[in-house]
Design a protein around this ligand. Sequence first.
Ligand SMILES: Nc1ncnc2c1ncn2[C@@H]1O[C@H](COP(=O)(O)OP(=O)(O)OP(=O)(O)O)[C@@H](O)[C@H]1O
Ligand SMILES: [Mg+2]
Length: 391
Amino acid sequence: MLPNPYTPGQVPRVLAGRGPESDRIRGYLSRVDTFGELGGPLLVFHAPRGVGKTSLLRDSQRDAVEHGFVTAWVSCSRRQPFLPELVNRVARALTTAEVVPARQQGRWSDRLEKISLAVGPPGAKLTAEVSRPAAVAPPAAPIAAVEDLLHEAATRVRGRFGAGLVVFLDELHAPLRTDTATFLNALQNLDGARAENPLAVIGAGLPSTPEELTRAATFGERSAFVALSLLDDDASKEALVGPARMLEVDWDPDAVRAVESEARGYPYFLQLMAHAAWNAAAPSPGDRVGAAHVAAGLPAATEQLRTMYRARWRAATLLEQEFMVAMAADGHEAAARSVIATRMGRDSRAISVPRDRLLDKGIIEPAGHGRLRFTLPGFDAYVRAHHEARG
Ligand SMILES: Nc1ncnc2c1ncn2[C@@H]1O[C@H](COP(=O)(O)OP(=O)(O)OP(=O)(O)O)[C@@H](O)[C@H]1O
Ligand SMILES: [Mg+2]
């Protein structure tokens, strides 16, 4: 039996429909490669959950490595520092690429130790960040340390044999704001000496990322923001047909259309439905996946999705559930905080506890001007249906 080539929840085998975004990243990197200078302002992709941010970045990481870059990947967590992890990841990337010659190892680890101390050990800066403070100037020492780290690592890569250093920052909407501010300040300073820093930084996060970066440092708004869209029909088809062709299996056109109309360009749904249709077809080389297989797979795919929604729903307290019901009442538009409070029959300030908890769990996110939205497409419909079912 052939293995299932679809990847719900994992980096896809075929990254469909992201040609323009991949080109944009390539252009950014080629500046580093050709001129040995900073690629440009921080490049940030944003989209709701499951639209393919991590997949795009992972694909670009692979591409960057093929083009002689050394890469470091950091995945941020909500209200946690990420700079200690950045130091670790950059250090490890340089070690793996054998960029630091043996005779300089001692000096390099001394440098790293000093940098680590300046940015703070993991977990050390967990001073609760009280709700939403205005941007405050971060202290100078960690900024200088991050500058040193990125400058030194990037020039070492370039000096040794490589094109430069690429740092990928995933979940960039999430981390402790002081760390974001420190990082943005360091990047701004490195930009001042652009020609000496063969470096690119590429980020991804939820749609709240631009606002979050601007709150961390006013010049955060000068980052290059790119919204990642859903896949159009051609790209959806490619996502379905591409992985199957690798195994000499084809899709009937009406089967493709059936998945397209169910998934509506949402990459996670596409993978889920294709995975289920493949299991129903259990094809051998030369076989075809047909509309009947899609129909047969649909209950399994829908159930998987419902399990995900249900897990989110059940992890919420009664008050949080009440909050989500009030929020979902308008369809999938972002809901204003005051409207949610009115629907719950409470004062606007009294709803900040469930709101903060739901933000922390990554179930909802700010959508600007005191509005909130769900991070996972389709979850609003689940909440409405669930609520109605309960009566
Ligand atoms: N361009 C694409 N072509 C085909 N499949 C894709 C594409 N982009 C993403 N996917 C699939 O969609 C799903 C979600 O992708 P991914 O994890 O990259 O999304 P994300 O935006 O990072 O989500 P989250 O916000 O939850 O981290 C995965 O199953 C992945 O295989
Ligand atoms: Mg992701």
